[in-house]
Design a protein around this ligand. Structure first.
Ligand SMILES: Cc1cc2nc3c(=O)[nH]c(=O)nc-3n(C[C@H](O)[C@H](O)[C@H](O)COP(=O)(O)O)c2cc1C
Length: 358
């Protein structure tokens, strides 16, 4: 903190950045101050141990979200950020150099108040449809990415997709290490994990998950003999899936290829998410179907479970059908659900500035 206390502007800007959402609240970044106008972001991805971080894409999207927050934060001070990815740094440990410049550009500064208040809501929303104005507002916010909306009866198909991908998520041993380490039990808030109360499950299901996630053999037993995935899938996927105004898929005209494409997409995803918050629209990402389908299409083995590889093929075909003729699975950047409702009372908070900055 001593370094930052000399640079109040950097402190403000990085504090906005700190609130960026990341997969499972992993916050895959640290900051190194250079001087009053320069700092570096040291990113890291989780592909080695987290099945949801296919080739680091989820972490790279999150880095883009972080940059968008930094950019909006800088604009509130009459500055802009110029970023440069260090060419020699690896995609697994990207280093991004940030330079501040004076600027009169106030685009998106109206989103600044929503940076700390925006949060995932995994519970049921109102089923009232989004107004045409709100939909247009969201579509405009995310350009040049495009939006496919699923509303009314269409939501049954996407809910089924969420349900099927949860079937894979909850039964592959490769996801166990992640699931068993990312939840902070008996908590409303968590600085570096997800508090169990933000998951949206009932008390009984939460207790069941807490018991099962202590040991893979328990999960295996519950799944095999007691249909263990049904309760969590009904509570975490079917009910919230149906109780939404709409589901959405964000896609790019061309499939993102490298870390820069994912970073740029992440910036746009955050504009969409903050614009939803601005309109009082709740949002939950639902990215696992996209991730499993992309593993499948790229022929990258992600599980030893043959049954789940078969299930993944079916899931991929269903997803491809749902988005045809708009785009291909490779072009998808983000999937989620939205609706009007009250913000979540339990949420992930963040590591403190002095834990993130040196
Ligand atoms: C790239 C990305 C993918 C995510 N995927 C999911 C998801 O599939 N399901 C979900 O419930 N949350 C998902 N999240 C939300 C994170 O878990 C959440 O942002 C993080 O725990 C911090 O919480 P907060 O956004 O409430 O501050 C995702 C977030 C990001 C940035």
């Amino acid at each position: 903190m001593s370094t930052l206390s000399q640079y109040p502007d950097l402190k403000t800007i990085i504090d906005y950045g700190r609130w960026a959402p990341s997969g499972d609240n992993t916050q895959p970044w640290r900051f190194k101050i250079v001087d009053s106008e320069h700092f570096d972001i040291h990113g890291f991805d989780l592909r080695d141990h987290c099945v949801y971080d296919l080739k680091g894409h989820a972490s790279h999207l999150a880095l883009g979200i972080l940059l968008e927050n930094l950019s909006i934060g800088a604009a509130t001070l009459g500055k802009k950020i110029i970023y440069q990815l260090e060419a020699q740094s690896s995609e697994q440990k990207p280093v991004i150099h940030i330079r501040l410049e004076t600027s009169n550009d106030t685009d998106f500064t109206q989103l600044a108040p929503y940076i700390p208040t925006r949060t995932v809501n995994r519970r049921s929303f109102s089923t009232q449809k989004l107004s045409a104005t709100d939909k247009q507002h969201l579509e405009k916010s995310v350009q040049p990415l495009k939006v496919i909306w699923f509303e009314g009866k269409e939501k049954f198909k996407t809910t089924r997709l969420f349900f099927d991908s949860a079937g894979i998520r909850l039964t592959i041993p490769e996801a166990f290490a992640t699931h068993s380490s990312i939840i902070e039990w008996d908590s409303q808030f968590s600085r570096d994990k997800m508090p169990d109360q933000c998951l949206g499950s009932s008390w009984i299901t939460t207790q069941l998950m807490k018991f099962a996630l202590k040991d893979w053999h328990r999960i295996h037993f519950l799944n095999r003999y007691l249909a263990g995935t049904w309760l969590p899938r009904i509570e975490l996927d079917i009910i919230p899936g149906l109780f939404s105004a709409a589901h959405f898929i964000l896609y790019s005209d061309t499939a993102p290829q490298d870390i820069t494409d994912y970073i740029e997409s992440g910036r746009l995803v955050q504009r969409f998410w903050l614009s939803a918050a601005e309109k009082g629209i709740q949002l939950q990402p639902q990215t696992t179907a996209m991730i499993f389908a992309q593993y499948y299409l790229q022929n990258i083995p992600f599980t030893a479970s043959k049954k789940n590889i078969k299930a993944c093929k079916k899931l991929t075909d269903k997803l491809a059908q749902l988005i045809s003729p708009h785009c291909s699975v490779e072009q998808i950047v983000f999937i989620g659900r939205v609706g009007y409702g009250q913000p979540a009372r339990s949420r992930s908070i963040r590591l403190k500035l002095d834990e993130l900055v040196s």
